[in-house]
Ligand binder design. Structure first.
Ligand code: GLU
Length: 467
């Protein structure tokens, strides 16, 4: 059975790149009817923060990426210790007392000789007594793993077979001490004990993989399959960074992007369905997703595409659902109605723009009376035409106060060539704005009483301006 894990480190706001990785892992798990495991990798005590773990969980929940099992590495330290001691007792691990300065000097010598720098393995040779003495002297140390000087290969579902040469790697630090394992060690122990079948993660971990496979072999575990997902790039193909765009998923949530648009967008960051189509919902993606069709090359983050998808999904939300999603984005003392939504649903790019778009329904601005003038008409004409508008609107029975009926009756009563003369001041009176939805839609959304009140207000405004 497929068992996969998403293993983020809670050291910063949940990054789009991480979320894309989580989505691909989750899609694979659901498609294979396997288990999706969330494992918080918080062994770096200084940089890990509970609020970042919360952010990871909240954003996964928001997207609908539910997990079947949950682990936190900081709660598993005795397990890592036991395996670390085992490797130590078998001679795979040794104390290294080299200082930063010594290591740097060693590096410089190698570079000067034209060699790729690696740890020389100097502390491998320390005798037991020497180690004991230096530990008694409280010299600082780390624990290093003896990397075999052989070639190592592993299978990557995205990239095919990959081979590294252990002799070029040097011995790696896998723990600060027996109680403080580092990433490469903890990840290997967890992946094995959690029976992970496929290790799916970002491309930046490819160079860690040979170390992990050597460790897996040393510990006698089974090697899983790997899949390294392509990097996410800025439009200029540099690595995605804050300089170009927001990198935290929460920013997009706050700006009012819909989860449907986000899923569709993220799924295409490094993958495409066989058939050429832009819009796919979660169920379709689960069905068609194919890990082996993930691209090797970097995936460009295109914000325009996200905006386009978001517009599409916003337009296609049922009105009731739109109201539900929009609620957090509009002032708490306003309440959207289906008639209001119908006037803005096609025009809103993301939900954070909505408040501004619907404001005039709830708060009529103190607009200038001159705005009521159509083209070069004077205020007197505007007033006369508004009065006509008032009369026409006043005649429509409350029960027929809907766009279709209003449009039919009003247009029938207004000669074609006078439409602008009458409908412009009417629309301005209703909205207080230079640009807004059409008058029939606004009338419907406001209701008869409020509509008449606003038209009367406009007439007063003209009076007050002294004609
Ligand atoms: N904690 C690592 C990260 O956040 C996990 C990498 C992995 O999946 O092995 O990058």
């Amino acid at each position: 059975m497929v068992r996969v894990r998403y293993a983020p480190s809670p050291t910063g706001p949940h990054h789009i790149g991480g979320v894309r990785t989580a989505l691909f892992i989750w899609l694979f798990a659901r498609q294979e009817k396997g288990s999706f495991i969330l494992r918080i990798e918080d062994t770096d005590q200084e940089r890990s923060k509970p609020e970042f773990e919360e952010d990871i969980k909240n954003t996964l929940r928001w997207l609908g990426l539910d997990w079947d099992e949950f682990y936190r590495q900081s709660e598993r330290l005795p397990i890592y210790k036991e395996h670390l001691e085992k490797l130590f007792n078998e001679g795979w691990v040794y104390y290294c007392f080299c200082s930063k300065e010594e290591l740097e000097a060693e590096r410089q010598v190698m570079l000067a000789q034209g060699l790729a720098p690696k740890y020389s393995g100097r502390c491998r040779a320390l005798g037991k007594d020497e180690v004991r003495k230096r530990l008694e002297n409280q010299e600082s140390y780390v624990l290093r793993f003896k990397v075999p000087e052989t070639k190592i290969s592993f299978r990557d579902l995205v990239r095919g077979g990959i081979t590294f040469d252990g002799s070029l790697m040097g011995d790696v630090i896998i723990a600060k001490n027996f109680d403080q394992p580092l990433y490469n060690f903890a990840v290997v122990v967890d992946d094995a004990l959690m029976n992970i079948t496929h290790v799916i993660r970002g491309e930046e971990h490819i160079s860690n993989t040979p170390i992990q496979v050597f460790l897996i072999n040393a510990l006698g575990f089974k090697v899983p399959l790997f899949a390294h997902l392509p990097l996410i790039l800025n439009p200029d193909r540099s690595k995605m960074s804050k300089r170009f765009t927001d990198t935290a998923l929460q920013e997009y949530v706050n700006r009012g992007y819909l989860k449907e648009a986000m899923i569709n967008f993220l799924a295409y960051l490094g993958w495409h369905p066989k058939e050429d189509k832009e819009i796919m919902n979660m169920e379709e993606i689960i069905k068609e997703f194919d890990l082996t069709r993930v691209q090797k090359g970097g995936a460009v983050f295109n914000l325009e595409k996200l905006d386009w998808l978001n517009g599409y999904y916003l337009r296609h939300l049922a009105v009731g659902e739109f109201i539900k999603r929009a609620e957090p984005f509009i002032s708490s003392n306003w309440s959207l109605t289906p008639a209001i939504v119908r006037t803005v649903q096609d025009r809103v790019g993301d939900l954070s723009e909505l408040n501004e778009l619907v404001k005039f329904y709830f708060e009529l601005s103190d607009y200038d009376a001159n705005l009521l003038r159509w083209k070069d008409a004077d205020l007197e004409t505007a007033s006369a035409n508004l009065k006509l508008g008032l009369k026409l609107v006043g005649k429509i029975p409350e029960k027929n106060f809907n766009s279709k009926f209003l449009e039919e009756k009003l247009l029938a009563a207004i000669p074609r060539e006078s439409r602008g003369d009458i409908l412009w001041p009417l629309r301005v009176a209703l909205s207080g704005l230079k640009a807004s939805p059409g008058p029939f839609d606004i009338l419907t959304a406001l209701g008869k009483k409020e509509a008449l009140r606003r038209i009367n207000l406009a007439l007063e405004k003209i009076n007050l301006s002294g004609i």
